[in-house]
Design a binder for this molecule. Structure first.
Ligand SMILES: [Zn+2]
Length: 84
């Protein structure tokens, strides 16, 4: 699926951008780790209000948490995509 690949690329660019531009060491306004985990596992069950609206698009700490949570999730599935 070509679209899928493009989405992944765009997503990675977005992550890199947020990590560079939006540090949030005090974790001001961050949703709970539990909420982030739920967002990774079943995004449809998590509303924008749970995520503090668009907070994660402007928070390096949350992006890094989400990345870690996704990796943890991905390593437990049989079809792991190996990245360089
Ligand atoms: Zn945050």
């Amino acid at each position: 699926m070509e679209d899928d690949e493009n989405d992944t690329l765009a997503f990675e660019r977005w992550e890199a951008y947020v990590i560079e531009h939006y540090p949030n060491p005090e974790r001001t306004g961050c949703p709970s780790r539990e909420t982030l985990k739920r967002f990774v596992d079943s995004p449809a069950q998590v509303g924008l209000e749970d995520l503090n609206d668009t907070h994660i698009t402007r928070c390096r700490e949350c992006v890094m948490d989400l990345r870690e949570l996704r990796r943890l999730r991905d390593t437990s599935t049989p079809n792991v995509i190996t990245e360089p």
